[in-house]
Structures are given as structure tokens and as C-alpha cells.
Design a protein around this ligand. Structure first.
Ligand code: PGA
Length: 257
């Protein structure tokens, strides 16, 4: 049984003080949440402080990116070694990293391997742009991104994949839940081809893109979707907590009592 995960991606928002305030509000509502895994991903400068606020709660901390080397002459980079101990998760391959920072399949793949060596769970983001979607290239893009990030490595069922259609991120236009369910099923099939079917069955695949407390139930009620990666809505503690509570109480379609 795959356990639901709700991860909040705070992106380039919040001073350290604001991040501590937000984490404190999250701790107040989710300090004893059960039945769902929860993580928040602040900026690197706020990781330590947010970790201290959430230590001893069920809410984990994640990074929004990481470099793939442990140490050395890599100005501006943060290594897995530096965040080990603070972070349970690290987002890699986010479309904003791909767009603004030149992240590609090769660097994403190296980041996945580096995180694995350090026992940090990657949240690997994949997803097609609007043009690719309209051109009917969604499947092709996903195959390329998954093959690029996972191909050549041994099966690993700890990794989390997030399907984030680029056109749904930050636009207020979430994808249709049943369509997402079909795409997530294809992603699982592709992981089964790259690795094996048993591993693919165990891997959690999230949806991300304009998730709110209004629409989250439609996604997490779907058989293939194992949680959500939440951007904008994770910056408001009450909204984020609503999303988490709904995810925790959601029954899957077709699930037995
Ligand atoms: P959004 O961002 O929820 O603001 O659309 C999602 C993401 O980029 O992870």
C-alpha cells in the first residue's frame, strides 16, 4: 500500500523569519497528523531553522534542489552532504530548474544518484510544456525525462516521482484529475519498463500544478495518484493543512473498507 505524501514547495519565498513563522503555523496544525506523510521544502538558508521548528513532529523537511558532488570548487552549490541530517527529501528536475538554471536529464540523473548515496529521497519532477502537450508529445517527453533520470541505475522504490505538467504550475489551471490518473499510470508503466513492475508498483507518484484545498480531493481520490506537490498553496499554513487533512482522510476509488 503506497502512503500518501503531501510536499509543500515554498520556492524562492520567505525570509528566514517568515519561514520560521510559516513552519511554526504548520507545526500547530500538523504536529500530530497521522495517516499521511508531509514535508515542507524551504529555501536553503531557512533549512536549518525550519528543521529545528519541525524536529520531533511528523512533518519532514526537504530541499528544493541539490548539487551532485559532495564537496569541492563549485561556487554557489549545496551538496547532499550539507543537507543530510536536515532533509528527508530533495526536489530534483523541477521545471523551473530546467527553465531558469539549465537543468537537464543528465544533471538530474546525477542528482538522483547523489541523493541515493546519502539516503535522501528525491522527488523527481517530470512534465510536459503546453506546446508539447498540444503537439501530442506528452508521452514522448515523459519517457525521455524518466529514462534520462532513472535509466542506467538499479531499481529503487524509495524514489518519489511528481508529475507536473508545466502549463498547470502556478497558473490556477490544474489538470483534470482523470487525465492525470491516466498519465500517472503511463509513468508507472514506463518505470516498470526501465526498472521492473514490482518496483514501479511501490513507487509513489504525486501530482503537482495549482493544487488547492478545493481540488485536492479529486486528485488523491484517484487510484494511481499518491499525493501532491503543492507550490503557491503551501505558503498559507491554513490552506496547506486543509490539503494535508483531506489527503489523510481520502479513500481511494475502489478501495475496500
Ligand atoms: P503550484 O506549484 O502549486 O504553485 O502550481 C507547484 C510546483 O511547482 O511544485
Amino acid at each position: 500500500m503506497r502512503r500518501q505524501l503531501v510536499a509543500g514547495n515554498w520556492k524562492m519565498n520567505c525570509s528566514v523569519g517568515e519561514a520560521v513563522q510559516l513552519a511554526t503555523a504548520v507545526r500547530e496544525c500538523l504536529g500530530s497528523v497521522v495517516g499521511v506523510d508531509v514535508a515542507v521544502c524551504p529555501s536553503f538558508v531557512a533549512l536549518q531553522s525550519v528543521y529545528e521548528v519541525l524536529e520531533d513532529t511528523p512533518v519532514s523537511v526537504g530541499a528544493q534542489d541539490v548539487f551532485y558532488e559532495d564537496a569541492g570548487a563549485y561556487t554557489g552549490a549545496i551538496s547532499p552532504l550539507m543537507i543530510e541530517g536536515l532533509c528527508r527529501y530533495a526536489i530534483v528536475g523541477h521545471s523551473e530548474r530546467r527553465k531558469w538554471f539549465g537543468e537537464d536529464e543528465q544533471s538530474t540523473s546525477r542528482k538522483v544518484s547523489a541523493l541515493r548515496r546519502h539516503g535522501i529521497t528525491p522527488i523527481l519532477c517530470v512534465g510536459e510544456s503546453l506546446e508539447e502537450n498540444l503537439a501530442g508529445k506528452t508521452r514522448e517527453v515523459l519517457v525521455r525525462q524518466l529514462e534520462g533520470a532513472l535509466g542506467g541505475s538499479t531499481p529503487w522504490n524509495e524514489i518519489v516521482v511528481a508529475y507536473e505538467p508545466v502549463w498547470a504550475i502556478g497558473t490556477g489551471k490544474a489538470a483534470e484529475a482523470d487525465q492525470v490518473n491516466d498519465t500517472v499510470s503511463e509513468i508507472r508503466g514506463q518505470i516498470g519498463t526501465i526498472w521492473d513492475v514490482d518496483t514501479a508498483r511501490d513507487i509513489r507518484i504525486l501530482y503537482g500544478g495549482s493544487v488547492t484545498s478545493e481540488n485536492v480531493a479529486s486528485f488523491v481520490g484517484m487510484s494511481e495518484i499518491d499525493g501532491t506537490l503543492v507550490g503557491g498553496a503551501s505558503l498559507r499554513a491554513d490552506e496547506f493543512c486543509q490539503i494535508v487533512f483531506q489527503s489523510a482522510s481520502m479513500r481511494k476509488k475502489g478501495a475496500l473498507d
